[in-house]
Design a protein around this ligand. Structure first.
Ligand SMILES: Nc1ncnc2c1ncn2[C@@H]1O[C@H](COP(=O)(O)OP(=O)(O)OP(=O)(O)O)[C@@H](O)[C@H]1O
Length: 251
């Protein structure tokens, strides 16, 4: 069953057509990778899914409901969570507080600053946040300032902040960008474990090692449109894909 159905989505910036008749079907429980050369429109597309950009036309349906015209926080509450290219964490707060905030938001429906200040007495919230940190391998660092973490750990923390909200759909924008090979492999393992919980994932990724390790299906974007779709093995030999990548990354 398609949990995410995108039809004929278009988005222009002035005279530049960043998205041109984009179509996408994401199966529930699957890992769907979106690849493509720089400037293909991948981030613009993701921004349209989470309400940060509004498409000029087209439809985006998630779990049977339209996401268009809905505010980013409402899309988040509907079960769509996004991990950004640059981790969106609170650098001055501890790891535990970073996870407590979205834990409270998911329980109470919205984030309340006063609620967060009292959260240290809320054993249910603290328990859930600690359990999540344990899950992503960061529990030993729970009292450290988030700003002092390595890049790989920051990505892991951001993932914990998303997962604690029990999303149905997780959108990951280059989850391993800038990571060492060891950190990349740890992240692949972590994402595989998350997969066991049945969370659907859409991953934008340049690293083909990550794509081939995780993806059930791959959509290839170039010049704002989906030019090919299939299994990782299937798209690897597709001449349209090879052409789109000429002079750029290699499959
Ligand atoms: N806010 C904006 N205003 C004007 N042009 C934009 C804006 N955002 C993106 N673009 C342009 O739209 C096109 C698609 O950009 P986008 O960032 O979506 O590509 P991408 O596939 O994510 O690239 P990369 O892999 O380099 O991140 C590019 O030509 C980009 O310069």
């Amino acid at each position: 069953m398609g949990i995410l159905e995108v039809r004929d989505v278009n988005k222009s910036f002035g005279g530049l057509k960043a998205l041109n008749k984009v179509e996408l079907d994401v199966e529930e429980g699957s890992v769907h990778a979106i690849i493509g050369p720089n400037g293909a429109g991948k981030s613009t597309f993701l921004n349209c899914l989470v309400g940060l950009l509004i498409p000029d036309s087209g439809s985006v349906n998630f779990d049977g409901n339209s996401l268009l015209g809905i505010k980013p926080h409402e899309i988040n509450q509907a079960g769509v969570s996004r991990v950004f290219q640059t981790p969106e964490i609170f650098s001055d707060l501890s790891l535990l507080d970073n996870v407590v905030i979205p834990t409270l938001a998911s329980r109470d429906g919205a984030f309340k600053l006063n609620g967060w200040k009292r959260a240290d007495q809320d054993s249910e919230i603290i328990g859930r946040a600690e359990h999540m940190l344990e899950d992503v391998g960061l529990i030993d660092k729970r009292n450290m300032h988030a700003g002092s973490l390595s890049r790989g750990d920051k990505r892991r923390l951001e993932l914990a902040m998303c997962l604690v909200q029990n999303p149905k759909l997780l959108l990951l924008d280059e989850p391993t960008a800038g990571m060492s090979r060891a950190d990349t492999n740890n992240t692949i393992d972590l994402l595989k474990r998350i997969g066991e919980r049945g969370i659907t994932k859409v991953i934008i990724e340049h690293d083909m090692h990550v794509v081939f390790s995780l993806a059930d299906k791959v959509s290839v974007m170039a010049q704002g449109t989906v030019i090919a779709e299939g299994t990782p093995e299937g798209i690897k030999g597709d001449p349209r894909v090879q052409e789109a990548y000429l002079g750029g990354a290699h499959l």
